[in-house]
Every structure is written in C-alpha cells, then in structure tokens.
Design a protein around this ligand. Structure first.
Ligand code: NDP
Length: 595
C-alpha cells in the first residue's frame, strides 16, 4: 500500500496517522473519567419499564442454588441446571423481567449485530425461527421471555430485587443471601451471572449536573419524553434539539432513528466508529426449515472460529463480521514478514471501511471526520446501513471534538471548542462499565471464608481458576469476562460458562462434595495461562486509541495486570473448561466432602 493519486495513505503515513489520533485521545484519568449512575445521577437510574408500585412480602427460604442475574448467563445456567434435574434454585434479578441487556436496552433502533441464528441460544430446543437475520432488541427480549416460559423459569424468579449481601456461613456450609426486599435465602451454591455490560457509565464532562434540559442514558430510554417506541417514530421529538454523546455501537443504531423526528440532531463524536455493511434481511423460511439437527452448535462454532482468525473450511455465516475478522491481525508472531503481512491486512480492512464513508457521506468534510484511524481490533467494529446516510440529512450535525470529547455541559447545552450547542434533550450513548472493580459492578461485595470480602481478597486484582472459582469463596461461581473468555458472540461465551457451572454443581451433588473453591496455586497457574495468551493482544493494543477494550489506555497497575481476559480463542478457553471437567480429581480445586 503506497500513497497514490486517490488520496490513500502509505503504510508509513497510516502508522503515523494512527499514532497522532491515539495521542490526541490519551488522558491521565483513564477509566476514572466516567461517572456512575448514582449519587447526584441517581435519578437517571430509574427502571422506567417496571411497575414502580410493585411490592411483595419478604421471603425466607432455603434453596440449592441462587443465580444472580436473569440475563442470558443466568437463564442459561438455570436451564442447564433444570435439564440435569436440579430445580431447587432462585434467580434474583434487578429488572422487572428476564433479558438482562435486552431488558434494559430498548433505545430506538436497538438490535444485535451478531447474526440471530448464532446469537439467540437454544433455537433448536425452542423451535423458534428468528424473523430476521439480525434481530431487533424487541424480538430478542421476547425470545428471552419465551426461554423463561419454555424452561419454566418464571416460578423461580424474584424480579425487581437487588442482592444486598451474600455471606458464607462455615457452620452450615451455606451462603446467606439478603436482598433489597428483605429476603433471607440460604443456599449451598451462588452463581453470579451478571455484571458484564449492565452498569451504565456517564461521560465525566464538567458541568453535567448543571444541565436543566432532559437527559438520560441510552439503556434507560425515556419514551414518555421522546414519544414513540422501539418500533414507532419518536413523534414528541418534533421541534426539539437533541444531542447524543458517543458514537459507539449503541449510537450507530440510535442516530438514524433520532434523525427521523428530531428537529435538529447533534452527534457529539470523540472517536468515529468503523461502520461496515449490515445487509439485514427477513429469514429465508425454506432455508431455516431445511436445517438439520445440530445445525446451531455447528454454526455458532463456525462463526467463532471465523471471527478469531481460525479460518474454517467454509464460512457458514459469511457476513461483515467474518469478513472483517477473518484474519487475526493481533496474533503474536516473531516472523517480521508475517507481522508485516498482518499489519497490511489490518490497514486494508480499515481502508475499505474508510472508503465506504466516502461512497455514502456527501459532504467531504463530514466524511473525513467520520473515518476511523485505528486498527480493527482496537474498538468494536459496527455494521449498519442507515448510520452514515443519516449525516446527509440537513437536520443531522456531526460535532466532531477532534478526540477531546465534549468540553463542558451548561444549563442549556453542550460546549465543544468554545461553541455552545443549545439542546432540549441530551442523550448519553456513553457505554457501560467493564474495567471497574468487580464487586462495584455486580452491586454487592460477597463475604467468604473467615469474613473476608471479595474486594479485600481481590484488592491486588482478581484471583480465579478459569475466571469462575475463587479461593476463599466456596461454592461461589462467577460468570464474567474477568480472567475468562471473550468473544464477538457474547452468548456463545455465556452458554459455555453456564454449561460448565451447571455441570460442576451437578458433579458436586453426585460426588457428595460439600465445598469447592480454587487453590491459590491454581489461581497463580491460571494467571500464567492468561499471560501466555495476552502477548499478541497487548502488543497490538499498545498502538490503539483508548476505549473499553484497553481500559482507556490507562496505566496498568498490579491490579490491572491481573484483571485481564483470556485473549486466545473462545473455543480454546472452552476447551480448558471441558478438559478440567473431564478429569477425575478436578485439579486446582480445593474440595471438602460431606461427613
Ligand atoms: P461504547 O463504550 O462503545 O461507546 C461509548 C461512546 O461514548 C464512545 O463513542 C466514546 O468515545 C463516547 N464518549 C465517552 N466519553 C465521551 C465524552 N466525554 N465526549 C464525547 N464522547 C464520549 O458504548 P456503547 O453503548 O456504544 O457500546 C457498548 C458495548 O455494548 C459495545 O461495544 C457492544 O459490546 C455492546 N453493544 C452491542 C450491540 C450489538 O449489536 N450486539 C449494539 C450496541 C452495543 P471514545 O470512543 O472516544 O471513547
């Protein structure tokens, strides 16, 4: 790739451009730049979808398993338990229904950009056919409810209930779980299946609390204010000046919908997203009916292989994701020729996405600002067919902050580069906490053996075996990305983890295991496995623009060095779990037996 008459940059120039864009965005406060929806922002954390008058009597009971969270991870854990005959469990969920992410995220245009046939779990078991190749959030939420009904999960659920504490009682060999509704539940096992992308964060923009107009986070959309619904136009935005802060995967989906009815829409951009083609289409009914048993597991694995650079013989999904991710450009390699080829491949992929902007956005200045200059693994690539065209509408204004972010929020609007943009409504598409302390994210701090809390035990960073078991926390299972797998298809990861947790619980029951937790040695060994996979990603990430994939490029302290994900393929991670479960002695687990 060389500089040419078409204005394309040479590899050297691109490298330099990436460096400049990265440096513009580096800031010393890293993840601390964001604010939580609490304290002065508490009023933004209202569940506008649930019945606020809901009450129930507190429950005092003993159960076998408490599952914290009713999103896909919690539901799949419960389904796996049910399938293996364990039906004595509770699911405790803050929201008013199942769905997790898909309960909260009802912003206009919300959908899943991972193909529905691989994303929606258990399609063969439920017999459900997604209506479209990329399902809307409403359809996914309905599907979550269908899973709840099909597997009879509703009687187990305590909705609109928040866990306030979980304490291990050595005497009884049980956890004592307390909730915001005064419940007291004793249980042998706790599975924390939450805290992944559920805690909204606000951009730490000076003056944010001064704003007097309407403001909300995309995960708490206020349709009373905007009018409409996830499927209907937001009629009450007529005559309104709307601002949206952020241009990540959420904003890419919401902007085209806002553009339809807002009088003026201001899109405040710090870093542009790479946006590829979506090509959504109704499901081909004949094709779907012709799928043979076992098709879904095969398709899910095939997709995960394709997007982790383990190229399958046939690309079954064959969409934007598999095209962009087909070559794993962040793998560690010592061969300079191979490294150069990978770099070139990455540049070419991103050049293609940059050229797409020029073919769609009519104003060259706006098009230039919408082009992402960073590697394809630095931020989540997006796929959408209406986002870029929205910038051709006269009522849509891109306010590019040149990497600095919105400078100030006043009582009446947002300020960028000294210019105030008056706004009636300000929407934060600013994402979710991912790199903050785990106990803060799940909302309670479990107290394990000897009265030691998780935050104390993990004060120097997470300590786990496979990201799931931790020493000092008997019969306590964690499903999160922390020290665990990660993947484009989150539900693939969640499904593998849920299956593992349920199988280990059943095994404990079958073998009269009273307690199971990780040994300190196993935690250290697992950390070495994690480090072994991290090298390629760490080198690649060093030249990335900041974002949640790289903890905002903040300084990595001792704690941060332990709070990492398994950077290899999700299927390799799942292999660790499966091989471990198949052993006779569950190595690395500290086990006590009944009697
Ligand atoms: P992101 O964290 O991806 O994006 C947050 C946005 O806010 C970024 O554009 C960020 O800019 C911007 N921002 C933060 N602070 C400021 C500031 N001070 N001024 C201006 N802009 C600011 O959040 P999303 O909600 O978009 O997505 C989160 C994740 O949710 C996705 O990565 C994905 O995993 C999931 N998701 C999945 C979807 C799917 O289809 N499957 C759809 C939507 C979300 P900068 O980039 O510079 O930090």
């Amino acid at each position: 790739m060389t500089a040419n008459g078409n204005g394309e940059l040479s590899i050297e120039e691109l490298r330099e451009r990436y460096r400049i864009e990265r440096e513009k965005r580096l800031r010393s406060d890293g993840v601390k730049q964001y604010a939580e929806l609490k304290g002065e922002y508490q009023e933004l954390d209202v569940d506008t979808y649930a019945d606020p008058s809901f009450t129930r009597d507190p429950i005092t009971e003993d159960t076998h398993v408490v599952v914290v969270g009713g999103g896909f991870a919690g539901m799949l854990t419960a389904i796996n338990l049910t399938k293996q005959g364990v039906t004595d469990f509770r699911i405790v969920e803050k929201a008013g229904d199942f769905g997790g992410t898909w309960y909260w995220n009802r912003y206009p245009g919300c959908m899943c950009d991972v193909e529905s046939y691989t994303y929606l779990p258990m399609l063969e078991a439920t017999g459900y056919m997604p209506t479209e190749r990329y399902a809307s959030a409403s359809e996914i939420f309905e599907y979550c409810k269908l899973l709840g009904q099909t597997f009879d999960l509703y009687p187990h659920a305590l909705f609109q209930t928040v866990i306030t504490g979980a304490e291990w009682d050595d005497g009884s060999g049980k956890w004592i779980v307390t909730t915001s509704r005064g419940d007291r539940i004793t249980t042998k096992f706790v599975v924390v299946a939450g805290g992944i992308l559920h805690k909204p964060k606000l951009p730490g923009i000076p003056g944010i609390t001064e704003y007097q107009g309407k403001m909300f986070h995309t995960s708490h959309w206020d349709y009373d204010y905007t009018g409409g619904s996830p499927k209907e136009p937001m009629d009450k935005l007529a005559g309104k000046r709307v601002g949206i802060v952020g241009t990540g995967a959420t904003a890419v989906q919401a902007v085209p919908q806002l553009a339809k009815t807002a009088e003026e829409l201001y899109v405040f951009q710090r870093t542009p997203s790479a946006v590829g083609e979506r090509n959504n289409a109704p499901t081909d009914v004949e094709w779907f009916k012709g799928l043979q048993p076992g098709w879904q597991a095969e398709r899910i694995e095939n997709f995960t292989h394709a997007v982790t650079g383990v190229q399958p013989e046939q690309d079954l999904v064959h969409d934007g994701w598999t095209e962009v991710m087909w070559v794993n450009t962040q793998k560690a390699c010592d061969d300079p020729e191979e490294a150069a080829a990978l770099e070139r491949s990455d540049f070419e992929t991103m050049e293609k996405l940059r050229r797409r902007v020029d073919t769609i956005v009519e104003d060259p200045e706006t098009a230039a600002k919408l082009k992402p200059y960073y590697g394809k693994n630095c931020k989540r690539v997006c796929f959408h067919d209406e986002y870029l065209p929205a910038f051709n509408q006269p009522n849509v204004h891109l306010v590019d902050t040149d990497g600095k972010g919105v400078q100030q929020i006043t009582a009446t609007g947002a300020v960028v580069d000294g210019v105030e943009y008056p706004l009636d409504c300000l929407i934060f598409a600013s994402g979710f906490e991912t790199n903050t302390d785990y106990d803060g994210r799940v909302g309670f701090d479990p107290v394990g053996r000897d009265g030691i809390s998780l935050s104390e035990r993990w004060s120097e960073g997470a300590r786990t075996l496979h990201g799931i078991l931790s020493g000092g926390f008997p019969n306590f299972f964690i499903i999160s990305f922390l020290q665990a797998g990660f993947g484009t298809n989150f539900v693939h990861f969640l499904g593998k983890s849920a299956e593992h947790v349920a199988e280990v619980i059943v095994r404990c029951d079958e073998e009269d295991i009273a307690t199971i937790e990780a040994t300190p040695e196993a935690e250290d060994e697992w950390l070495m496995v994690l480090y072994g996979t991290a090298a390629g990603a760490a080198t690649y990430s060093a030249s990335c623009t900041p974002g949640y994939y790289n903890s905002e490029q903040g300084e990595v302290d001792a704690k941060g060095a332990r709070n990492l994900v398994y950077a290899g393929s999700l299927l390799d991670y799942a292999g660790y779990l499966e091989r471990w479960r198949e052993t006779d002695d569950l190595p690395g687990a500290l086990i006590t037996r009944a009697g």
